[in-house]
Design a protein around this ligand. Structure first.
Ligand code: SAH
Length: 227
């Protein structure tokens, strides 16, 4: 069974409309919908915004459904000219850009205990997702995806994340899901369609494009399930 987590309804509702033979269970306030998508067994969840909800959801999904892997899907801000609105970012690794114990001499973003900054995504999953995007003719890039508990909307913060992590996209859940998967030895990947510029240059980007971008990720996931 493949686990699929999105943060918001707008990123999940249409995907769920393609599922068959669904069964629903609510655990810890999260609705898990299990069923078949393009003939594959999946369990889906909308975790809510931010790293805490994302971690809670991933751990619960792993304990209750034992998915063979987890894909975090949705939208993100771009950190590179290579990804414009509607393009797809696929994670090679995830980082937490707001994890910072550098005052104690640690590298910015170090996850103490695991003692790593970057947590690698599953190479096979990343490769398959990016291959699907290419087949669909969607512009895509694979690289580090950065998560933090803030909506990135300034040149300064964007530059900070690029400088420290060389990340290609920013969002608020992927690295929390990645950390939970890493600890539980469950392969994971983050797949995000670009909804905004992450620099505040056009405040209208996100509300205008979130739905279209979310749909782009859904189309890619459906295609992936058929492979
Ligand atoms: N109160 C709003 C919050 C949305 S936050 C709501 O409940 O709808 C934005 C979401 O989109 C997060 O889940 C995040 O992962 C993603 N996202 C898109 N662009 C982003 C950006 N520039 N910075 C951080 N997260 C972004």
């Amino acid at each position: 069974m493949i686990g699929i987590i999105a943060a918001m309804d707008v990123e999940m509702n249409s995907l769920r409309s393609y599922m068959e033979n669904t069964e629903t269970e609510v655990i810890s306030g999260i609705r898990f919908v299990r069923g078949s998508l393009e003939g594959k067994d999946v369990v889906t969840a909308v975790c809510g915004i931010g790293k805490v909800f994302a971690a809670l959801c991933a751990q619960t999904m792993i304990l209750h459904y034992q998915p063979q892997c987890i894909i975090n899907t949705g939208v993100a801000g771009t950190l590179t000219d290579a990804l414009t609105i509607g393009s797809i970012a696929v994670s090679s690794a995830v980082v937490q850009h707001d994890m910072d114990t550098s005052a104690l001499g640690d590298p910015v973003g170090l996850i103490s205990g695991i003692n790593k900054v970057e947590l690698p995504a599953d190479r096979l999953l990343s490769g398959q997702l990016s291959a699907c995007a290419k087949v669909m003719g969607v512009k895509t890039a694979t690289g580090v995806i950065a998560s933090g508990d803030q909506f990135v909307a300034s040149q300064e913060r964007k530059a900070f994340i690029v400088e420290h992590f060389k990340a290609i996209a920013c969002e608020m859940e992927g690295a929390a899901i990645g950390q939970v998967c890493h600890v539980n030895k469950v392969p994971f990947c983050v797949l995000r369609a670009i909804s905004d510029s992450a620099d505040g240059s056009s405040h209208m980007d996100y509300p205008t494009f979130v739905k279209m971008a979310a749909e782009q990720s859904v189309n890619l996931l459906r295609r992936f399930m058929r492979c």
